[in-house]
Design a binder for this molecule. Structure first.
Ligand code: GLY
Length: 266
């Protein structure tokens, strides 16, 4: 099977309505256009996730769920490449595009994860916008019923993955899920890229993205890996993932998921 020249997969989160695939599709188109114009897989996944953060149907950015106080949004986001670059933020409050700060952490910081006010201060230092969400309890959308948005891409040389999440509905202030933890919500290496979505505590405890990546390294197909990943969890756990290798891809979700892909062969 020939390698992809470039490819991208996007999703709107575990439990998102598959009929809302137009969101992930537009996000994938944007990412693919960027790569076709010479941009990297990292730029593509960050832009795709930013687009999905701006779509209130999905639980990230504008569509984020509120915490137990009924009004505060504390968001997590991350990005990674197969060059072992990683950047993430956790518990950033009322910021529309946390993926932009995670990208900034990857590019500019010696650290891999910044939280709360530290992430905000970092963003201001690098002129990354930190506005956009109302935290005053007057949100028009009460939050969606789905999870984390994500993207994985390959630009012919490098794999990249990105995630952004509004977290669990009514979760405790300060709760952090799988998204900003390397190897939990996402992982990339020479063999491919994996992005997970669903109940973060369960995903993190299984180091799910790294576990699935190891299966790819051992020549399991993405289709088999996507099926097997779901079986690791009890029926009550909401779970989904997208997987990309140099010449194949797969998606799977226990309770449905809006997702899209574009792949161009050499
Ligand atoms: N999967 C996102 C979260 O649990 O926070």
């Amino acid at each position: 099977m020939p390698n992809f020249q470039r490819a991208i997969l996007t999703h709107g989160g575990a439990g998102s309505d598959p009929k809302d695939f137009d969101g992930p599709k537009s996000a994938a188109n944007r990412g693919m256009d960027l790569m076709a114009n010479g941009e990297t897989a990292l730029t593509a996944v960050v832009d795709a996730v930013k687009y999905l953060e701006d779509d209130p149907r999905f639980n990230a950015g504008l569509g984020s769920k509120v915490r137990i106080d009924g009004r505060t949004m504390q968001l997590d986001a991350s990005c990674m490449t197969s060059n072992n670059e990683f950047g993430a933020v956790a518990c950033v409050e009322n910021i529309k595009n946390p993926i932009a700060i995670a990208h900034g952490v990857l590019r500019h910081s010696p650290h891999i994860l910044l939280v709360g006010d530290g992430a905000r201060i970092f963003a201001e230092e690098y002129n990354i916008p930190v506005t956009g969400l109302s935290g005053s309890g007057d949100r028009e959308t009460p939050g969606t019923s789905c999870d984390t948005v994500g993207a994985v891409a390959f630009d012919g040389t490098t794999f990249a993955a990105a995630l952004s999440s509004g977290g669990l509905e009514k979760s405790a202030m300060g709760r952090v899920g799988d998204v900003p933890l390397p190897g939990c919500g996402l992982f990339c290496g020479e063999s491919g890229a994996v992005a997970c979505t669903g109940d973060g505590e369960f995903i993190a405890l299984k180091l799910l993205a790294k576990e699935v990546y190891t299966w790819l390294e051992n020549n399991m197909s993405p289709e088999q890996a996507a099926k097997k990943a779901i079986t690791l969890f009890d029926q009550s756990v909401d779970i989904g993932l997208i997987i990309l290798t140099r010449n194949r891809f797969a998606s799977n979700a226990r309770n449905g998921m809006a997702w899209s892909h574009i792949a161009e062969n050499e």
